[in-house]
Design a protein around this ligand. Structure first.
Ligand code: NAP
Length: 653
């Protein structure tokens, strides 16, 4: 698509033309985010005064889209916007010159309700995609000869969100590539996790590719089927299908030092083994992918159906059964409220209570007006995304740092700010179950707030636990027997179906693949229980291999894993680009850079709440209680580090 009379491609984020009448537009404006609308109006009119007046958000809180504006203020904004939008429509949708850098600063500060830091603004401005539809597009492909490209096939492991993204970027670069996917379809975690109630808990308009339209989401926090459809659509739209080998699993890979290539063993759909050759490998296998079954005595004695939440057995009809769920983290938290009314009884075994915070939009549909604005009003959708991105950018990560001067003998808080958060979260829980002291005692966590993954809550979890057919058991499990679960107090809890919502082998990166690097070194021996990679991406001794969602890159303080993947794929592509453009075959992170990063990483993460000893059970920790899984960096810091590879950190041969 090009704009009239020009060869410049139309930026879809600038809005598609519309002919709706004034009454329709007025109706749509009833359902938009007014703060995002005000920013869109700056683009539409070229007038910055929209963000300079008294109509302004009163505060910004994650997953709240109206900036706490009073109703009269919102009505005033709509009344001012309607004639301007009508004039824009009647004028053929011609946009004035874009806002200057200074005005963009004002717009960001307006939405953030604080003066935004110029040091972090480049990331947000790049993400707005104001000039082009995709600011991350790979442009170096033309600088590499066809012959060099032909000799540099890339193998991508996994066709989840990151693997598809890798495919899109490799295609832009013009490199030969194949994506190997163990499942029968794309989507990774969203292909596998089909349990009732599965939905994303990062706002959908941020949990999506920055360069794809986002006007289609039907809910602010999409459910699994819609996410899976999204990844299928992206795969097809970018013509990736011919590059993907479904039902094919990588079992082992070894780097051939002499050839400077990877030799990759796969198990094909018919079970036979095949060896694939690659110059570069990009691992997009995810970190929360391999289910973890608990080591509970008697687990095999259970006579009824049993399955893991990540492999929900659709052949089992759970309706009317006595259903027991072992484990209640993020997955169990979504399953229980969804099935509670369908089962006869629901017994939830929860070892550790979870912190949760209010999110009234968690189950809300996106209204027609919001979708219309995302489709038609210039950059409205981008500013709407900013409303989630900015408070989710980890800019307040210092709140997660343990204050060594703060003393709390209870082990309930790591700083004064954290104690405030604890009280706020406790008030939220108490407001729902304060009338039931027994339940209240079971559901208020006894470790610092945000020490594990904090869950989004609209009240459905605690409402579920109050139902007469639902029981929350916090007593430890002694064993599983033929017809139920026995807790350490000797109580027998009858069950017809057992679901293990017990999480994933998070600390065992790249397991169960056998990965051998330079000199035949085995990755899992090198790592032991301390997996580390430079920027979470490159591993010393394992050249031409890049990990997405590798060690130390999971996010507990904000962000979106899709944005995180965009950072990591950008870096991996730059590494490949620099290698090929420099006439090299191999790029290897130096041991020095790797170790320097690992030391810096561990010194930071060990000071954070997630590593605090009072957080006893956590999938973020290894058996020693150390964290090698989470990122301790604000998102803009990591974005800056992954813009381009620093050649001094690598050897090229
Ligand atoms: P999880 O957070 O690790 O929760 C596992 C649950 O099983 C916990 O309650 C855990 O107790 C319990 N458990 C584990 N081993 C046990 C044992 N041996 N005996 C008794 N209980 C045991 O796993 P998850 O709920 O699948 O979530 C994992 C991650 O996936 C999340 O942190 C999140 O990043 C992601 N996720 C995201 C979404 C979303 O976006 N909405 C949904 C689901 C998952 P303890 O807490 O005591 O260890």
């Amino acid at each position: 698509m090009t704009s009239p009379g020009s060869d410049t491609p139309v930026n879809p984020h600038a809005g598609l033309p519309f002919t709706d009448d004034d009454a329709t537009i007025a109706a749509m404006l009833e359902e938009v985010s007014i703060p995002a609308l005000m920013c869109s109006m700056v683009h539409l009119t070229g007038d910055p005064s929209w963000v300079r007046g008294d109509i302004r958000p009163q505060g910004l809180f994650l997953n709240e889209y109206q900036g706490y504006m009073p109703e009269e203020m919102k009505a005033q904004a709509r009344a001012l916007a309607l004639p301007a939008i009508a004039a824009y429509r009647d004028g053929g949708g011609v946009l004035p010159p874009p806002p200057s850098r200074e005005v963009l600063h004002e717009m960001m500060s307006y939405l953030a309700c604080e003066e935004t830091d110029p040091a972090v603004e480049p990331m947000f401005i790049t993400d707005l995609n104001l000039d082009v539809a995709d600011s991350g597009r790979i442009t170096w492909g033309a600088a590499v000869s066809a012959e060099v490209k032909a000799d540099a096939p890339v193998l991508v492991i996994g066709a989840g969100e990151a693997g598809l993204l890798a495919g899109i970027r490799l295609q832009e670069a013009g490199l030969p590539f194949v994506i190997v996917e163990k499942n029968a379809g794309p989507g990774g975690t969203w292909y596998e996790n089909r349990y009732p109630g599965a939905r994303v808990d990062v706002g959908s308009h941020f949990y999506c590719y920055s360069f794809e339209p986002a006007d289609h989401w039907t809910e602010y926090f999409s459910q699994q089927p819609e996410l899976q459809e999204y990844f299928e659509r992206v795969m097809e739209h970018h013509a990736l299908v011919p590059h993907i080998r479904f039902g094919t699993e990588v079992t082992a890979m070894a780097f051939d030092d002499a050839a400077g290539r990877w030799s990759v063993e796969v198990r094909t759909p018919d079970g036979s083994a095949e060896t694939l050759d690659a110059r570069f490998v990009i691992s997009c296998v995810g970190a929360l992918n391999r289910p973890k079954w608990p080591d509970i005595p008697g687990i095999d004695d259970f006579a009824g159906p049993k399955f893991h939440s990540a492999a929900w057995d659709e052949s089992v009809d759970h309706r009317g059964t006595r259903f027991a769920m072992i484990g209640a983290g993020a997955s169990g938290f979504q399953i229980a409220p969804t099935i509670a009314d369908e089962v006869e009884t629901l017994t939830v075994f929860q070892r550790t209570a979870q912190w949760m915070f209010p999110n009234p939009n968690y189950h809300m549909p996106v209204p027609a007006g919001d979708k219309w604005a995302m489709r038609h009003l210039p950059f409205y959708g981008r500013w709407f995304r900013f409303l989630t991105f900015y408070p989710g950018a980890g800019l307040t990560i210092e709140n997660s740092r343990v204050d060594p001067a703060y003393v709390d003998d209870r082990g309930l808080a790591i700083s004064a700010g954290n104690e405030f958060t604890r009280q706020m979260f406790t008030d939220w829980i108490t407001s729902q179950v304060g009338d039931d002291p027994e339940l209240l005692a079971k559901v208020v966590p006894d470790y610092p707030a945000t020490g594990k993954r904090t869950l989004q809550d609209n009240g459905s979890w605690l409402a579920c636990l109050k139902k007469p057919n639902v029981r929350l058991v916090r007593t430890g499990i002694e064993k599983i027997v033929v017809d139920g679960v026995v807790t350490v107090d000797g109580t027998h809890h009858p069950a017809d179906v057992l679901c293990f919502a017990t999480g994933f082998r998070h600390t065992e990166y790249l397991w169960p693949m056998e990965v051998r690097g330079t000199g035949g070194r085995l990755l899992h021996e090198q790592w032991g229980d301390r997996p580390s990679a430079y920027l979470g991406i490159a591993i010393a001794g394992f050249p031409n291999l890049f990990c997405v969602y590798g060690p130390g890159t999971n996010l507990a303080h904000g962000g979106s894993l899709i944005f995180q993947s965009e950072c990591q794929i950008n870096y991996a592509m730059d590494a490949i680009g620099q290698t090929l453009q420099g006439g090299h075959r191999v790029c290897a992170v130096t041991q020095e850079a790797h170790d320097r990063y690992a030391e810096h990483y561990q010194s930071e993460i060990s000071q954070m709440v997630w590593a605090h000893p009072s957080v006893e059970h956590s999938h973020y920790k290894n058996a020693r209680g150390e964290v090698w899984t989470l990122s301790p960096w604000p998102i803009p810091t990591y974005w800056t580090w992954t813009r381009a590879l620093d050649p001094t950190d690598y050897t090229f041969t």
